[in-house]
Design a binder for this molecule. Structure first.
Ligand code: IMP
Ligand code: MG
Length: 176
């Protein structure tokens, strides 16, 4: 059986996302169009909440990837399940992710996006588990640093469940 306990409350998450949006608004002041690129499915709840508070004009696009697992660790190889709908050449893009763990997925994706020659590229993540980092990734906007625990909610899943929890919770497995 699993038990989920609150790590970051709904109020705290939403407040922090509004602060991140304000930072983004300041940094992109005057920008004609900022393209938010969400990595499905984990980033969806974060991306929509963030986008609601961004005041520069935005476009949204999504990419779906699956990282080849090696036990519980993601490996450096990423399979593209759904590519972006539109080219990003010349665009200002902000990649929006739920969590950075080993860094494997993002370092692969950022390299791939860079090859498509956007005007600028930045990275925004709701959560960061710095203790688990294997590959260095430059994070431009970060919601919360969290300890090395498996978290769910606000888009994050365990076996595709719990994404709809309005808070970030830590999942524990209890023997019955
Ligand atoms: P990375 O390539 O190791 O950085 O893996 C990042 C991906 O692993 C994230 O986009 C999540 O989908 C998943 N992930 C990592 N840690 C967690 C967690 O604590 N809960 C849910 N998913 C996680
Ligand atoms: Mg993810």
């Amino acid at each position: 059986m699993e038990k989920v306990s609150v790590l970051i409350s709904e109020e705290e998450v939403n407040k922090r996302i509004r602060e991140m949006a304000e930072e983004i608004n300041k940094d992109y002041k005057g920008c004609k169009c900022l393209k938010l690129i969400g990595i499905l499915k984990g980033s969806v709840f974060f991306m929509t909440e963030l986008a609601k508070h961004v005041t520069v004009p935005v476009k949204l696009d999504f990419m779906s990837v699956s990282s080849y697992q090696d036990g519980t660790e993601s490996t450096g190889t990423v399979k593209i399940v759904k590519d972006l709908d539109e080219p990003i050449k010349g665009d200002d893009i902000l990649v929006v992710e739920d969590i950075i763990d080993s860094g494997n997925t993002l370092s692969y994706l950022l390299k791939m996006f860079e090859e498509r020659k956007p005007n600028s590229i930045k990275l925004c993540t709701l959560l960061d588990k710095p203790e688990r980092r294997k590959v260095d990734v430059k994070v431009d906007y970060e919601g919360f640093k969290i300890p090395d625990k498996f978290v769910v909610g606000y888009g994050l899943d365990y076996a595709q469940r719990y994404r709809n929890l309005p808070y970030i919770g830590v999942i524990d497995f209890i023997d019955e």
